[in-house]
Design a protein around this ligand. Structure first.
Ligand SMILES: *Cc1c(COP(=O)(O)O)cnc(C)c1O
Length: 217
């Protein structure tokens, strides 16, 4: 996978070290996590706090260079657990969550970096701040709530060409002085790299199809 990302960088005229692979390990069994770690992979994305604790709470003690990124929606009542586990929270999308994150950081003494998730397609069912409200949320998160906002994240609509969405995210980041762009998944990471992604979030193209989560019996 890192070879394919490097190729996409070269094709786009970019230095391969400028794009980081976030391995999306949600729903993966322990063997898959260990196999990825054995290849040297250290940056992982998870979309649920509780599952991420199961995957990483014990493993991380032996992995000082592990970087855990929350890429799924976060409820305000889970912010303390999220701040304790994650190094980066990619899904800040409302001021109420910024308030809760700020309080959780004061309480725990940990300061994960933050990305603002933008709903570039303005899809009603999807998380993310609307593009027209992104500048205000970024400013509030940084200036009022003291969060370390370093970039933006998006998930384009499944049934549309992703490029205009990636371009829009890059434009919002540029005008707010943000350097990190988390965009591109298994199906569109090459396009995202062409549009300036600094982090691509790849699950199935790396691990194979996801297993269905175990149901409690
Ligand atoms: C699951 C997930 C991914 C990875 O998706 P793939 O298509 O399997 O690469 C990326 N980003 C988010 C937010 C996800 O929930």
């Amino acid at each position: 996978m890192r070879g394919r990302i490097a190729q996409a960088c070269i094709k786009a005229g970019r230095d391969p070290v400028s794009v980081i692979l976030t391995a999306v390990s949600k729903t993966q069994p322990p063997d898959s996590l260990e196999a990825a770690l054995a290849t040297g992979q250290r940056v992982f994305g998870e979309n649920r706090v509780q599952e991420a604790q199961g995957h990483w709470a014990e493993r991380r003690a032996a992995l000082p260079d592990l970087e855990l990124r929350l890429i799924g929606p976060l409820q305000t009542n889970k912010t303390v657990e999220a701040v304790e586990l994650f190094d980066v929270i990619e899904t800040l999308d409302r001021e109420k969550l910024a308030v809760a994150l700020s309080a959780a950081m004061k309480k725990t003494g940990r300061r994960p970096r933050v990305l603002v998730q933008v709903n570039t397609g303005a899809e009603p069912q999807k998380a993310g701040v609307l593009p027209a409200e992104a500048d205000a949320l970024i400013a509030a998160a940084r200036d009022i709530h003291g969060l370390s906002v370093e970039g933006l994240m998006c998930i384009p609509p499944a049934d549309e060409a992703p490029e205009p969405h990636f371009d829009l995210l890059a434009e919002i980041a540029a005008r707010n002085g943000l350097s990190v762009l988390s965009m591109g998944m298994s199906g569109d990471y090459e396009t995202a790299i062409r549009c300036g992604a600094t982090h691509v979030r790849v699950g199935s193209a790396l691990f194979g199809e996801r297993n269905t989560p175990l149901k409690p019996s």
